[in-house]
Design a protein around this ligand. Structure first.
Ligand SMILES: [Zn+2]
Length: 137
């Protein structure tokens, strides 16, 4: 799939709407509309890289700085007990979108081990709006 057809590049361009958690020159973070938990967020670099192996080392430091900042923001604003960072490489590992991304998956006490279950349920728009409101407060 070329960059032109990449769904995440289209989200960056604004061709596809998203619930934005955070944005700057380097990254965009938005809510996953098929969330594994309340506040499940995806963070992507604005430059298109297929996956972890394609991201230049020089870009990694700044990306991880943003990943940390956004994780801390979600932890604080959504008052979660913890979170998983998940990053899949190649279809065999569950990579669906061909644009490097991290999942920030909020967890609460008693949630148990994380299960990445396919065929998830789409989030309600009101919930997504509520989450964005809490983060922006
Ligand atoms: Zn892309």
């Amino acid at each position: 799939m070329s960059e032109k057809d990449c769904i995440f590049c289209k989200i960056i361009d604004g061709q596809i709407p998203s619930y934005k958690v955070y944005e700057n020159d380097l990254v965009l973070a938005f809510l996953d509309i098929f969330p594994l938990s309340y506040g499940h967020t995806v963070i992507i670099p604005k430059k298109h890289y297929y996956n972890f192996l394609n991201m230049p080392e020089d870009d990694m430091g700044s990306f991880f700085k943003e990943l940390k900042k956004i994780s801390a923001l979600i932890k604080k604003k959504l008052k979660i007990d913890g979170f998983n960072l998940v990053q899949n490489n190649f279809p065999a590992a569950g990579q669906v979108i061909p644009h490097f991304h991290y999942h920030i998956i909020p967890r609460m006490k008693g949630d148990g081990p994380l299960r990445m279950i396919p065929g998830k349920v789409q989030a309600k728009e009101e919930d997504l709006r509520e989450i964005i409101q809490k983060i922006k407060e």
